[in-house]
Design a protein around this ligand. Structure first.
Ligand code: ZN
Length: 60
């Protein structure tokens, strides 16, 4: 998920909870990072959007 902390954003995987060691200053910067680095956005069983890192995506 993308978390907002004041004026910055962080990105973490909703499966392994691993957080990207990077700070974003714009929501879309984080979205673009996901696209560029093989992250996937998908819906879980309760229809919530989750962000999945490339490692977790590879396991599935
Ligand atoms: Zn993960």
């Amino acid at each position: 998920m993308i978390n907002k902390f004041g004026k910055t954003y962080t990105l973490s995987c909703d499966i392994c909870q691993e957080e990207v060691n990077k700070t974003f200053f714009d929501f879309y910067e984080a979205v673009n990072f996901k696209k560029d680095n093989g992250w996937k956005s998908k819906k879980d069983e309760s229809d919530e959007w989750i962000d999945v890192c490339p490692e977790c995506e590879a396991i599935k």
